[in-house]
Design a protein around this ligand. Structure first.
Ligand code: ZN
Length: 179
């Protein structure tokens, strides 16, 4: 994983429903190594960390401003302080005797949840370092509210996905036809 992947983990956890362990596994499906090892008993910690991620993201979406920057800094630093990344170089998953070199953010024997929350905290911090606080958005489709990082050049992204954009455009088209 690199910084961009960790930022993606932060967004996935922030946007996860966290109603049960299946919903977390669905949200982290790109990382089956973690997803399969998460337990129902990890949910309180995941909810707590997702809450901090959401408060930081909400401040970035509401910003810019000094107060928002302060919230972003304090929320992310609180997460990093409680769930510090503990980087470990690993070579597992390679083939033909060539190690697949990568860094884990928790020791090899740590529970999966420890690595997930450390990766999310680290990922949001790295996201702010690389993109600042003004490129974060929240989907404007009714009932969605998914947080996203807008890396487009014109920074005009309003929806999390083509699906939400289409939904809103179809609804607007129907409303115009009715009136
Ligand atoms: Zn959406």
């Amino acid at each position: 994983m690199d910084s961009a992947d960790y930022t993606e983990v932060a967004l996935r956890l922030a946007n996860a429903e966290l109603t049960d362990v299946e919903s977390v596994r669905a949200a982290l499906h790109d990382e089956p190594w973690w997803a399969d090892r998460l337990r129902e008993s990890d949910l309180p910690l995941l909810r707590e960390v997702a809450g901090g991620l959401r408060r930081a993201l909400a401040a970035m979406v509401a910003g810019p401003g000094h107060a928002q920057d302060e919230t972003v800094r304090s929320e992310i630093n609180a997460l990093l302080g409680t769930h510090p990344p503990r980087p470990r170089l690993s070579g597992h998953g390679g083939h033909d005797d060539v190690p697949n070199w990568h860094v884990h953010v928790a020791g090899p024997d740590a529970p999966a949840v420890d690595e997930v929350v450390a990766a999310a905290a680290w990922g949001l911090a790295q996201g702010v370092v690389h993109h600042g606080t003004r490129r974060w958005g929240r989907c404007q489709a009714e009932g969605c509210g998914t947080y996203f990082l807008d890396t487009s050049t014109n920074q005009a992204k309003r929806f999390c996905s083509p699906r939400c954009a289409n939904r809103v455009h179809v609804a607007a088209f129907r409303a115009r036809k009715r009136s």
